[in-house]
Design a protein around this ligand. Structure first.
Ligand SMILES: *[C@@H]1O[C@H](CO)[C@@H](O)[C@H](O)[C@H]1NC(C)=O
Ligand SMILES: *[C@@H]1O[C@H](CO)[C@@H](O)[C@H](O)[C@H]1NC(C)=O
Ligand SMILES: *[C@@H]1O[C@H](CO)[C@@H](O)[C@H](O)[C@H]1NC(C)=O
Length: 823
């Protein structure tokens, strides 16, 4: 098991992909008149037609017809089967994934019993294989299988026989069947991975010879030959022999599944996931499960990034890029420092150098113009052209720097591998003991050809997205300034001329040079954590400047508009202008050429998540300490919402973003500080409403993110409520292992216990808290007020502080939001 999962449970109710949500907005359903259930010969559907454009299964669960695919230039339609009762209309099968058809195309069950997809000119685009004669009607079953049957209702062909990337409960996969992943989350054409039960009975996941679909490199195999793969209604997926003996379980499930939709899909990232979604007909499932596809389980269990080690091919990501697991188990492709995406809209296509390569012809002249960028825990397992043993790292570095053909070296335990570009199979994993030293041209040593680009590069710099905090699982977060933005415009014009100077002057922030930061961090050696678009290093400043610091290095971002230089300055200014004992302090910054660094005070005791949920190096805080942490966080939020000059909405309050002061063990003087509150994307007011911008962390995200509602400070109140309940109970907002069904969702469980006047059950094992049940109950009540579905019902943070302190009465909270309503 790779390290990136721990210490999370294998079930990700709260972490399932926002991508799926976004996807649903990209698919436009065309109309809504259901046709009869048995499809008689002569029936047809027309893409883009005004009426009668899909066929339903008897219960209406599934639909068969045309779906328009977003992003396709000329109104591309997919002939597909999809879940029709859920908001997302998830496609589970399609006929023409590599050849979208235009409006006016038809699918027809002809008089002579054949099914035919034809474009507007009548040219056949697709028809099912091996149907045989005697079709007398078609039907879409409630299982999601679209069949052609004869007069005796014997099935002659079914869509289950020709799956695309998904199988459904009751579906049986026979030998010779291939599931091929989509190209991307929004592009349905055949992608780079496949999962197949081969004719020889072996079950194997391969990379494909993209764009062809042949089997290339096997990255997972069942290692036993079987006859079929079954997906039964209980959510078990297994390989069986011809006589029905189960040879191998792919997924086992102990959850009750009658209230869940399920599907198994090989995703565009090569991971095979078993997903669940609560049925609309089941309110009880709706309370327990968020209304979205949640990953129940997945395979391969090992880090997908490191499984593709073929000598040819680029690996899990494109050439010159590296793969890293983020946000639950989802891998992400990244470009190393000095490289940029070949195609910003398609990160799987790899990266390009942003600097001119070393000129080998001018022998020796360019030596000294290159540096090696250190990529810890990152390796590029193939592409070696020279190898050395028993040498020092310095020697290894020197060998690459002095060799104009060398693009990188990987150094691990006294071994040194020289690599040539394009680099392939790159991935980062905490378990990789080796590191890669990547050769990049020095910032100010631009070769003549590059001088031109330099100016424009400066403008290209983007720094909208910034992270702070030291958790490895730090998520992107947002800072929203939702108060009217008149101020911002003024500020921006002020800083436009020399953004950095203006920033430094107005905030007393220290401005560092990149060289200073390099030396403070010892060449960016000790990584404290890394987030979606940044890495945090430990650094030491001189005595005068206060010792240890955390240096956040922001990734270079894909180019956007020229505003970003100014935006960075504006954001730094706003963050630098904050000053509160419950906020992590920004000490300084560096804004030099391509480098964007933020320097924060160093918090030596890690995050609240580390100590609260155990498993970390820090002891679990006692009840008293936890109450103090709650006050601290609440006060920090009051400051952000009401007291600083620009209102700041954090948008990602969670235990990972609450860092603890080193005095925590000295009882009285502990402090918890909010991190990641700054330097995020300053949303313009209009943008606060857009769905696609949601970047909070599931489980702590207020329901209004999923609705067309304004985002206000109340989103932080909601997240705070979840954190408060977690603080009381010392457990995560959602947990499965070791909990009874009704206890899994903390908010629901807390409400139930409170309703039964049994709050003691929430802190059973905590003696200190058991002796302080009046306060426990008050905190639970406050938590329940904070997680009210209606933002207006949630108290302001100011009031929360008063309630926590016992200064105001806390009334009886109504029942909190149920998760089914969150989409
Ligand atoms: C569909 O046709 C089959 C075979 O003729 C028949 O058994 C079944 O009852 C029909 N179903 C509906 C809903 O008309
Ligand atoms: C899907 O991706 C492929 C490969 O990049 C591309 O050729 C095709 O046009 C894309 N389809 C859509 C609908 O964007
Ligand atoms: C599914 O398979 C499992 C394992 O073989 C079995 O225990 C269970 O009863 C099956 N469920 C159904 C609905 O067939």
């Amino acid at each position: 098991m790779a390290s990136y999962y721990s210490p999370q449970p294998k079930f990700y109710y709260y972490y399932s992909s926002l991508i799926i949500l976004c996807l649903s907005t990209l698919l436009f359903r065309i109309n809504s008149q259901p046709a009869p259930r048995n499809i008689s010969l002569g029936s047809s559907l027309t893409a883009g037609a005004a009426s009668k454009d899909y066929w339903l299964s008897p219960s209406g669960e599934f639909a068969f017809g045309f779906q328009q695919v977003a992003g396709s230039s000329a109104n591309g339609f997919l002939l597909a089967i999809w879940y029709n009762k859920i908001a997302q209309k998830t496609i589970v099968w399609s006929a023409n994934r590599n050849e979208l058809v235009s409006s006016g195309s038809t699918v027809k069950l002809t008089k002579d019993g054949s099914l035919m997809l034809a474009d507007p000119s009548g040219r056949q685009i697709w028809g099912p294989n091996g149907v045989g004669a005697g079709v007398s009607y078609g039907a879409l079953f409630d299982t999601g299988n679209f069949v052609l049957a004869n007069r005796n209702a014997a099935v002659l062909w079914g869509s289950f026989d020709q799956p695309t990337d998904t199988i459904l409960p009751t579906q049986i996969v026979k030998r010779g069947t291939e599931l091929i992943s989509k190209y991307s989350s929004t592009n349905y054409s055949t992608g780079r991975f496949k999962f197949t039960l081969q004719n020889d009975g072996n079950l194997v996941a391969y990379t494909t010879f993209y764009p062809q679909t042949g089997s290339n490199f096997p990255y997972w195999a069942g290692n036993i030959a079987g006859n079929s793969v079954n997906f039964n209604k209980s959510g078990n997926v297994f390989l069986s022999s011809a006589n029905g003996t189960i040879l191998l379980y792919l997924f086992t499930n102990k959850e009750p599944t009658q209230d869940l939709h399920q599907r198994l899909t090989i995703d565009h990232d090569g991971v095979i996931r078993l997903y669940a979604y609560p049925k609309q007909s089941s309110p009880s499932a709706g309370r327990r499960w968020p209304a979205e596809w949640t990953t129940l389980s997945f395979m391969p269990e090992d880090n997908i990034c490191g499984l593709m080690r073929d000598n040819t091919g680029s690996g899990a990501c494109g050439f010159n890029s590296y793969c890293q697991i983020e946000d639950a188990q989802f891998p992400k492709c990244k470009c190393p420092q000095g490289y940029k995406f070949l195609d910003n809209s398609d990160e799987s296509r790899g990266c390009l150098k942003t600097f001119p390569p070393q000129d080998c012809s001018s022998a020796g002249k360019e030596e000294g113009l290159f540096d090696l960028v250190e990529m810890v825990n990152t390796i590029f397992p193939s592409g070696d052209y020279e190898y050395y043993e028993s040498i020092s790292e310095d020697m290894c570095r020197e060998l690459c720097l002095s060799d104009c053909l060398c693009d990188a070296v990987t150094y691990e335990r006294a071994s040194c591998w020289k690599k040539r570009a394009p680099l392939s199979n790159g991935y980062m994993d905490q378990e990789n003991t080796g590191k890669t030293l990547l050769k990049v041209r020095r910032q100010n040593s631009t070769s003549t050809a590059d001088k031109e680009n330099d100016r424009s590069k400066k403008l290209m710099m983007t720094a909208g997205w910034v992270l702070l905090g030291s958790s490895v699982f730090v998520n992107l977060l947002f800072l929203v300034a939702s108060c009217p933005w008149r101020n911002k415009n003024r500020m921006m014009s002020q800083v436009a001329d020399d953004s950095d100077e203006a920033t430094a002057l107005s905030t007393n922030l220290r401005r560092f040079t990149y060289r200073e930061m390099e030396s403070a961090t010892g060449g960016f050696k000790q990584v404290l954590g890394s987030g979606a678009s940044s890495t945090v290093y430990k650094g030491v400043l001189g005595e005068r400047s206060g010792g240890n610091v955390a240096v956040k290095v922001l990734d270079k971002l894909p180019e956007r508009d020229g505003h970003d230089v100014r935006e960075f300055a504006t954001e730094v200014k706003i963050i630098g202008g904050t000053n509160h004992k419950n906020l992590v302090k920004l000490v300084g910054y560096c804004n030099e050429g391509q480098h964007r660094l933020l320097v924060y005070e160093f918090m030596s005791n890690g995050s609240l998540a580390d100590s609260l949920f155990g498993g970390g190096a820090f002891p679990r805080p006692n009840w008293y300490t936890r109450t103090q942490i709650a006050y601290s966080v609440a006060r920090g939020l009051v400051y952000l919402h009401d007291e600083c000059s620009t209102q700041i909405i954090h948008c990602d309050i969670k235990p990972q973003n609450i860092l603890l002061d080193e005095n925590i063990l000295l009882d009285e003087s502990l402090t918890a500080k909010i991190s990641d509150f700054g330097l995020a994307k300053l949303l313009k007011v209009e943008q606060t409403r857009t769905m696609t911008a949601i970047r909070g962390t599931k489980g702590y995200v207020a329901p209004e993110w999923f609705r067309n509602m304004a985002i206000t400070t109340k989103v932080d109140v909601y997240s705070f409520g979840v954190v408060l309940l977690e603080l009381v109970c010392c457990r995560r907002g959602f947990e499965m292992e070791g909990y009874e069904e009704e206890e899994m969702v903390l908010v629901d469980w807390a409400h139930e216990c409170y309703g039964d006047r049994m709050v003691g059950r929430l802190v059973e094992k905590d003696e200190e808290a058991m002796k302080d049940l009046v306060k426990v109950e008050r905190f639970v009540k406050i938590g329940l007020w904070c997680v009210q579905e209606d933002p207006c019902l949630r108290p302001e943070m100011k009031k929360v502080v008063h309630m926590l302190e016992g200064a105001v009465e806390v009334s009886v909270p109504p029942s909190p939001a149920s998760y089914i309503n969150t989409v």
